[in-house]
Design a protein around this ligand. Structure first.
Ligand code: SF4
Length: 108
């Protein structure tokens, strides 16, 4: 991952996820709960051996803050992708599907 991509990911996905989780932003709660329930039933979820948090075995992200980040998506496309409002669903583009499948593999 390039430095610019890493910076964009931190600014647009990771930081907002943690901030929204800590603040428990009301209009994002349903999105986060829906995502968390999908993660908890997912074959790819793992428990960190030391830190004890649940994380995604595909992308490595901790699922709690990840689920609160509007612009983050599930690497296996199990979640509905959302607009910045966290309410409006948007479809994955053909290019996103191809990129995610090349990086993380096909759904089981
Ligand atoms: S693959 Fe998707 S649903 Fe499964 S743990 Fe990762 S983020 Fe959650």
């Amino acid at each position: 991952m390039s430095l610019k991509k890493l910076k964009d990911k931190i600014v647009n996905e990771i930081f907002p996820g943690w901030t929204n989780l800590v603040k428990e932003v009301p209009h994002l709660e349903q999105m986060a709960l829906d995502r968390m329930s999908i993660c908890m039933a997912c074959d790819y979820i793992k428990k960190h051996p030391t830190l004890k948090h649940n994380y995604c075995g595909k992308c490595g992200c901790p699922v709690a803050p990840k689920s609160w980040s509007q612009l983050t998506s599930c690497p296996m496309m199990f979640w509905t992708k959302m607009e910045l409002d966290g309410i409006t669903p948007i479809p994955y583009t053909e290019e996103e599907i191809k990129t995610l499948q090349e990086k993380y593999g096909e759904k089981k």
